[in-house]
Design a protein around this ligand. Structure first.
Ligand code: ZN
Ligand code: FE
Length: 254
């Protein structure tokens, strides 16, 4: 089973170390800084063999050069971002497989936040590295994509099993929770989850990972095709992408 170490960096980013114990292979996911990941690996006696990147934003890739230089790790990045990320060794596209020792991840293209964004799904380990596409109770801003694209991307992630752990790129959950509660005040599952989140934040504990099953019932950005939520927003009968666009717009100005 994959050992996953969550490494807080840069204020509110999460990078990750993934260690596959059978072959002793380790990957770093979205290293926006090098030093904290190198230190976390060294503390456990691990090297870093692979670097998995979800998208080209600096807060996810700025540590690549430092880790590559220190460890010789191979860099895996979205094919669509080849012109925007340096030092890529393995360019990946939708449906391809990335091997990490005895386990592997499926590459899922999830455009919307950026046009080249990918997520890495380790099916056997119930772990999804979602970058800035899906957050706990939220989703990424639409910097390079349309609402239709992002809704399609989120719908693909939503189709994964409930027991999937969602490892996202940022600790944005407290703000997302406030927004979600105001938007969807009668959702009892959401109300209960917001209380749990408040306790974690109070105790200065991470709220990530979450379970995809709980995102499905509580994350408003995954519920744009729920008729009750659409009606609440005055959008009864509208296509899900239009409802999603309105939820995203409200969050952007919240
Ligand atoms: Zn980003
Ligand atoms: Fe980011």
């Amino acid at each position: 089973m994959l050992e996953i170490v969550q490494v807080p960096i840069l204020g509110d980013n999460y990078a990750y170390l993934l260690h596959e114990p059978q072959q002793g292979t380790t990957a770093a996911v979205d290293p926006g800084e090098a030093a904290p990941l190198l230190a976390a690996a060294e503390a456990r006696g691990w090297g870093i063999d692979l670097i998995l990147l979800t998208h080209h934003h600096a807060d996810h890739i700025a540590g690549v050069a430092g880790i590559r230089e220190a460890t010789g790790a191979a860099v895996v990045a979205p094919l669509a971002d080849l012109g925007r990320i340096e030092n890529v060794d393995i360019a990946v596209a939708d449906g391809e497989t990335v091997h990490l020792g005895a386990t592997h991840a499926a590459v899922l293209e999830t455009p919307g936040h950026t046009s080249g964004h990918v997520a890495y799904w380790f099916m056997a380990d119930d772990a999804l590295f979602a970058g800035d596409t899906l957050f706990a109770l939220g989703c990424g801003r639409l910097f390079e994509g349309t609402a239709e694209q992002m809704w399609e991307s989120l719908s693909r992630l939503r189709a994964l099993p409930d027991e999937t752990r969602v490892f996202c790129g940022h600790e944005y959950t407290a703000g997302n929770a406030r927004f979600a509660r105001a938007l969807d005040p009668e959702n009892a599952a959401l109300a209960a989850r917001v209380e749990t989140i408040a306790r974690l934040v109070e105790a200065k504990q991470p709220t990530v990972p979450s379970l995809l099953g709980e995102e499905k019932t509580t994350n408003p950005f995954l519920r744009a095709d729920d008729p009750d939520l659409a009606a609440r927003l005055g959008l009864a009968g509208q296509p899900a992408a239009a409802v999603f666009a309105e939820i995203r717009r409200r969050k952007d100005v919240a």
